[in-house]
Design a protein around this ligand. Sequence first.
Ligand code: UD1
Length: 422
Amino acid sequence: MDKLLISGGTPLEGSLRISGAKNAALPILAATLLADEPVTIGNAPHLHDITTMIGLLGCLGAGVVLDEKMCVEVDARNLTNLRAPYDMVKTMRASFLVLGSLLARCGRAEVSLPGGCAIGSRPVDQHIKGFAALGAQIEVVDGYVRGRVKDRLRGAAVQFDVVTVGGTENVMMAASLARGVTTLSNAACEPEIVDLGNFLNAMGARVSGHGTPVITIEGVESLHGCRFRVMPDRVETGTYLVAAAATGGHVRLNATDGSLLGAVLDKLREAGADIDVGEDWIELDMRGRRPRAVDVETQPYPGFPTDMQAQFVALNAIAEGRARITETIFENRFMHVQELNRLGANIGLVDRSTALVSGVDKLKAAPVMATDLRASFSLVVAALAAEGETLIDRIYHIDRGYETIEEKLRQLGASVRRVSAR
Ligand code: UD1
């Protein structure tokens, strides 16, 4: 298992290019299964999760060609297998997103239940509720969700009980080939949903209202091929900004979109960062200052994203003052706290959803272990700010979501080395 060795204490300085968004590319790749013609997706990030999704599309019988620039061409004309096996879904929850497309296009499908994961139970009841409302017969048998459609899905009004990004995406995909009009209420408003809606429309779908809590989808007979470029990764962007802020650094991030990061940029400014936003770049300058503590409460978009919570716990760990961090989206998303405390942080858990962080002057290197994707990067942030050499174990979590992390950090002047265990 690979580890990351980080020698901390140097402010991050320099510029780098932000990758395409993992959380947009995954549903978009799942949606390629809806098209009757080949579809080309550009700006997909080079990540394990993307490779897993490409593997799943291949396993379903789609032809997938990948070029060296991570342009993915998917030809889903002749799907041969409508079962997404446990082995694939268990390694990546987003595999469940193929269910909506398969039901709409092929009339039946079987996808393994994703099961629990490190950050909580994460059910899929809202996805199932949506498919059932569109007329699919759904049963759960032997750990698989099995869906069948008589004739075709039909448009319906779906009111989600919780705001769910994946649920909104899955049902949006299914509804785009349904007969009639679907309205999704209490839909998630995340920018990745906007990207998916734009992609569906580029294939000939009629989606409107994406980016608001009410999405309308007028079903069409079929979807055609197109070329589409995935949006920039707002979580990767925010993460490198936090890393720069925690080290008192100065970075410019290119090929990104500052308008997607309102809540995160507000918190970074509150922490004392000078931030400039251009059309496709963001510059953050901490001018060597120590950050000030900032309270954070996670919320669905446009609120503060849960995927940035762990990084802000790390930032607060070395900030001046005390901060309260409240997690409202996932019930078990503080596993990084214990590891950060190993680096000398002073963080207490009030309950399962609240952490109190008392900033310390200095963090000190220690061996630590990554527990989930975003939590792992909080350890990187802390290690970059800490004195000495920190060894981070189980970094396969990081590789799921951060493209060429050591290259990118080195570009910003960090001392980082991947240690491959035999
Ligand atoms: C997506 C993102 C993930 C992010 C999360 C919240 C991808 C691939 N992943 O995950 O990085 O942290 O959004 O912004 O895009 N829920 C239910 N029933 C359901 C579905 C969800 O109760 O059927 C609950 C979940 O347990 C959770 C909350 O709703 O508490 C939000 O989950 P959801 O928005 O669905 O997250 P994902 O789509 O899995």
